[in-house]
Design a protein around this ligand. Sequence first.
Ligand code: GYE
Length: 358
Amino acid sequence: MSDFLFRKIISIILSVSLLCSLAGCTPAGDAEAESVVTPDDIIVVGFSQLGAESDWRSANTESMKSVFTKENGYELIFEDAQQKQTNQITAIRSFIQRDVDYIVLAPVTETGWDTVLSEAKEAGIPVIIVDRQVEVSDDSLFTCWVGSDFELEGRKVCMWMSKYFAKNGVNPSDVHIVDIQGTLGSTAQIGRTKGFDHMASLYGWDVVTHEVGDFTKSKAKEAMFAILRNYDNVNVVYCENDNEALGVIEVLEASGRKCGSNIKDGETMVVSFDGINKQAVSSLVAGQISCIGECNPLHGPRVESVIRKLRSGQEPYKYQYVNEKIYTNSNAVPSIMLGGKEYGVTVLNESDLYEWPY
Ligand code: GYE
């Protein structure tokens, strides 16, 4: 190569590098040096979330999204099914097509999962179930489940009510209670209704009716309107989540009733589950809601710990239950005993609202 040509090539390379550094780009050679995490290191997680029907659901989604980030070494593919199982099945099939490393499923209802989970198993992709459970013919179709004991939640809230009534001289036969149920067929609804039916029968309460509230404020309002049109003796409303409780309170107060714990003096007691919605927790502190069974939505870290265990060759527990509290505004019932275990009751007040974690 002539000396002139060599100098020409060098000057072209130098000017391209200069232009690149001015424009902020780096020549291919440097790009490798800058990328600390290679695509092979990224763990791809497909998450099928059932919807966005409640504050609990939003907190659950946020918990997952805040854990499965690029900074933590993940790529999260998030699909919101808008309460439709068919959308969840489609999402799982797309995860299989994309050959993700893990599938996380928050199932809208318990049944109808065998086929698509068999396809995931066939593809060798572990499936982690969160929140509600799946009813399948072969439990090897999912690796493990993380969530709440919903029947225990229901029994705890009912036992709190029973002790509260006893403390305040209310006869069980004077309790005329309705159940505003969550999404029919979901584990949370099945468990909370089962806990309610068992304890109400045990205590001898008058169960006036069950109506579907679908875990939403609007549906719960419709249900409460229908109940007030058809019955005039209801004095306790068991809501299967906070969003329902807020709708129920609106309807009760619009009909001239006072929501509170003193049913002997004509108030209507409202109890609920979750403890996420700030307005609901404020209503508890104000006395409109008498008791909330905590339902913890923060499953992101729990799911990540399962994935870490699987990647280190450990086998996670098949069913992982979270511990949960009972919230109230009164120290009349400091604790309850269920199945030989004592559960403390947490009394909330104004100051707790300022640091409420959701
Ligand atoms: O209680 C409710 C949500 O499955 C535990 O679903 C969850 C329930 C929760 O819509 O707010």
